[in-house]
Design a protein around this ligand. Sequence first.
Ligand code: TXA
Ligand code: MG
Length: 324
Amino acid sequence: MHNKIATAAELLRSGGTVAFPTETVYGLGADISIPSAVAQIFKIKQRPTDHPLIVHFSDTSQLQHWAQEIPDSAWKLAEHFWPGPLTLILRRSNRIPTSVTGGQDTVGLRIPNHPVALDLLKTLGTNTAIAAPSANRFGRISPTTAAHVHNTLGKTVDMILDGGACNIGLESTIVSFNNDTPTILRPGGIPLDALAKVLNGQIILANKNNATERTPGTHASHYAPTTPLETHPPEHIHQRALELTAQGLRTVIITRLERMSNQPTNENIVIFSMPHEPTAYGKELYAALHQFDHKEFDRLLIETPPNNTNWLTINDRLQRASLL
Ligand code: TXA
Ligand code: MG
């Protein structure tokens, strides 16, 4: 792996793109100081150029290098949760080109907690930062294995570093400091109560309906599989599957309950069991969506998870992925 990381670092230094594992999802990396490399990310992802990228680096002490006017609350979160699944939106320093921030004066910054990502970033050195959005096409499901990246981006990327399946499997929590109170723009790998504890309760969840910042919430279909997805409560999901199959549609039911096995079924329904508990479920969700997101199925039905904070991130992603 060490040789591969050296090769990846060399590719990044010469303006190439490298997909690499993080603890959340795989990122598609480019050196922020090389405009053609950053442009390549937008091209590969087919992502609008006003949609900002997250910038990754390796050492909290470098935060001032990439951001300015850093509030105490941001330092507290950085010191407590980095390396980890947390992205801080801060005023950018002049070292961050606006091509990376979608023209905005703020930048999303994160130190990932994955040995391959950290090794790569450290090899590049403290004066280098890597823009890395999730390594998927714009609006689609993030990859949690190297195979997912390979299947969707394939040869358009110069190199894919394989670090196995991502441990968390859902994207980082994004916190903005643009308002008086730190605001969660995207729930993610860090639980809400863990953030609240470090900030003595001084953190709020953004209201998706009046989002003013360019986050995934402002896009109708983010994190969506190409096969239409619906969520239904456990007591209705089976009936819905029977309705769909009566129309000739091949349907997958993604469930957390073993009792589904004694429900009526037919040859056009596939039942897939997910872990019962949210951490394990989160780790497997995107892999399950990738697995069934192809032409063999016409509809994915997912059992609505419990409506409590332990399931906040999963509910958020399922809402964005489902038919509106
Ligand atoms: O877990 C993650 O965060 C992964 C891994 C690879 O680090 N990255 C990721 O990046 O999810 P991406 O680009 O797929 O999603 C980042 C989101 C974008 O939707 C973007 O709108 C938001 O972060 N974002 C980035 N910079 C921002 C900024 N300056 N202001 C508001 N939102 C920002
Ligand atoms: Mg993404």
